[in-house]
Design a protein around this ligand. Structure first.
Ligand SMILES: *Cc1c(COP(=O)(O)O)cnc(C)c1O
Length: 368
């Protein structure tokens, strides 16, 4: 029997940063540069009878992980993660957005990477524990939040190839400003022709580190061509648009309808993506999840059928896509300024997350 709820032992940091040190970091947090004073850890082990279970849940000081050099994660990449945010509301309460969806996705990723299932209640409690201990690290300024990074790694020391019997689940947190920094300018995108991030039957639908490792060469190529992000295509399906390295994609059409690539098994099912679909449908907009090819993108922008293109994900929320570079070919942005539909949905989604507008679907969960 595996426990679905655990007590978290409390081992708070003996040397947390001073208020002045914290304030200096919060004055200019950037994204993913600084981490809070604590982490939570839960270990999975398999006993002699072959039964596995979670235990030794604890809050402890943030710091290096002592791990055997033969740990499976270091050799075979058996690792998954999640990304979510904690938002400080006007009354100083702290909330997160659709954490049950992150818990469910973590477990879908776990199943694909042959890692153990983590009970939802342990996942939710791990977030509460960390944010309660580090609540002073949740930024107060508009547009900022505490980024939460739950992850699961295979820690068993064993070089044979099989699913590890010792696994750790951890959460770290990082105060976050705007992901792309500064103003909400449209991002330029490079079309990856040399590399795919995922293939049929692969791990594209799982949130695993390996997908990101595989996307880095394409990202370097993008940067070499003056672009901020990469667009991946399904080259075996008429260059169907898949997604960016870490964000899903939406198209707004002249008649107000929205199109986003369908979940083909090679695309990550974003929680931002599904929230946008819901909010657009609430507005009476027609949303289609279907195949959309690079040719349809090019022709649609050319003819004026496509009026806005945007990318979405937890880190950057909603970001307008500017010009698209495909080798020497350039597909310009439909509207050089950020589009109306893009900005309006962005404002509503951010408003829900930060407690400024109504949360009609009960998406928020209070952490502290
Ligand atoms: C995390 C991620 C997204 C966005 O998912 P959200 O739940 O909206 O943050 C999109 N694509 C990839 C590849 C991702 O890893």
């Amino acid at each position: 029997m595996t426990a679905t709820q655990l007590e978290f032992a409390q081992h708070p940091s003996a040397s947390p940063r001073t208020e002045a040190e914290r304030e200096a970091i919060l004055a200019n947090p950037g994204f993913g540069n600084h981490f809070t004073d604590h982490t939570v850890v839960v270990d999975f082990t398999v006993d002699d009878s072959g039964e596995g279970g979670w235990g030794n849940a604890r809050l402890e000081a943030y710091g290096p992980i002592a791990m055997d050099p033969a740990a499976a994660v270091l050799h075979y990449g058996q690792e998954i993660f999640e990304g979510m945010k904690a938002y400080r509301h006007a009354d100083d309460s702290i909330w997160t957005f659709r954490p049950e969806a992150n818990a469910a996705r973590l477990n879908r990723s776990a199943a694909r990477l042959a890692l153990p299932q983590l009970p939802e209640e342990i996942f939710l409690e791990s977030l509460r524990q960390l944010v309660a201990a580090d609540k002073e690290w949740v930024p107060t300024r508009d547009g900022e939040s505490l980024y939460l990074r739950p992850f699961m790694i295979a820690t068993e020391a064993f070089l044979g190839v099989r699913p590890a019997r010792e696994v750790s689940y951890r959460v770290i947190a990082s105060p976050a400003a705007n992901y792309f920094g500064g103003e909400l300018a449209p991002v330029s995108i490079w079309v990856s022709r040399n590399y795919a991030r995922a293939g049929r039957g692969g791990t594209g639908a799982a949130k695993c580190g390996g997908n990101y490792a595989a996307s880095l060469a394409a990202q370097l190529e993008a940067e070499a061509h003056g672009c901020k992000q990469v667009l991946f295509l399904d080259q075996f399906n008429n260059n169907a648009v898949e997604e960016l390295g870490g964000m899903n994609v939406f198209f707004v059409f002249k008649d107000g309808s929205l199109v986003t690539p369908s979940l083909s098994g090679t695309i990550l099912e974003g929680i931002t993506r599904s929230s946008i679909i819901q909010l657009a449908q609430d507005r009476g907009l027609n949303v289609q999840e279907r195949t959309i090819t690079l040719d349809e993108w090019r022709d649609g922008v050319g003819s004026g059928e496509i009026t806005e293109v945007f990318a979405c994900g937890t880190a950057a929320v909603i970001t307008p896509i500017g010009e698209l570079k495909d080798g020497d070919d350039v597909i310009s942005a439909p509207d050089p300024s950020a589009g109306e539909v893009t900005m309006s949905i962005r404002e509503q989604l951010l408003g829900i997350q930060t407690g400024a507008v109504e949360d009609p679907h009960g998406w928020l969960t209070r952490l502290v």
